[in-house]
Design a protein around this ligand. Sequence first.
Ligand SMILES: *Cc1c(COP(=O)(O)O)cnc(C)c1O
Length: 382
Amino acid sequence: MTGDALTDRILLSAPHMGGGERDLVTEVFDTNWIAPTGPMVDRFERDLERLTGIGHVAALSSGTAALHLALRLVGVVPGDAVWGSTMTFIGGVAPILYLGGVPVFVDIEDEMFLIDCDLLERALIEAEWEGALPRVVITTDLYGHVVDAVRMRGLADRFGFAWISDAAEAVGGYRDGRHAGHGADYAILSFNGNKIITTSGGGALASPDGEAIARARFLSTQARDPAPHYEHTTTGYNYRLSNVCAAIGVGQLTVLAERVDRRRAIHALYRELIGDLPGVRLSPEATGMRANRWLTTIRIDPATAGTDREVVRLALDAAGIEARPLWKPMHAQPVFATARAIGGSVADRCFAQGLCLPSGSAMTDADVARVAGVVRDLIRTA
Ligand SMILES: *Cc1c(COP(=O)(O)O)cnc(C)c1O
């Protein structure tokens, strides 16, 4: 993963173990807690509660599972409108369909790819006149930028929707001193292999509502009623995090602050090396925001840069560097061809111009310089 040799491929975001994880997994083996649930799961949940400042956390098998449970706990039933940011990963949307909800995609602002709160507010006012307010609004803390929780909480209280914060990409990110997801009715975290910290696969659901999280634990373990035999008054899911994976998570949380610092340093180095190029810009941080900089993204305006993001992406690929376009907006996905969209042109433009650069915390400064060099050469010679 380090790029000393020119033949090493530089990956977008490779897992980066801290060293303590192996001992914690050994502890799990030594005590034979090789099960979904167990003491490491409990410990991971307490650690996540401490990190986020959100009262209650259930550790789950994925972020997608966490969103599914959040929507179920909110009580989404077939036909309910669920609004959400159009620029996101499919795992932050697909669970709406599991419950028969009807997704509506809202455009983003142009700088940090967060849901456009002004547009959202106007659309909510209109929906209120029409008596068609959404049941749920999902915001997405894209690439570790964090939405304005005060603004969103205000909208949620005023219009009476449940606010679900998809903070899957923003673990360790803050705004106004609060961790991503804080203030929402539910927050989703992910520990998938490419995220800022990983349990190899895993996620969590956080909420200030302790009863809801207790219910999430119940639903995530097949909804077994208390009885010596298997008794069910409802059906659930097999969504609990394995105790083995939780051990990795406990170890990863001890190095999260370092991981964020490193990703932020990588971002700063990119900014120094390519931020001055014509037609190239990096995403800013709103006042009071401390993004985790999970992935550094650049926007390439072809009119000024003289080249476009696909040319740059292919050149990076040829140089052994993995880069990827931004998430393709959901309103532009074939599977959602008939879904309603509230705006979308900003997201379309961000998708057309945006590129995610390798940002893994194990990258060396030399790796970053190698990536930046390819970008510089292309734009200089364009
Ligand atoms: C990764 C991710 C998810 C889903 O998390 P998994 O743990 O992979 O299921 C959801 N939303 C966003 C924005 C993500 O990046």
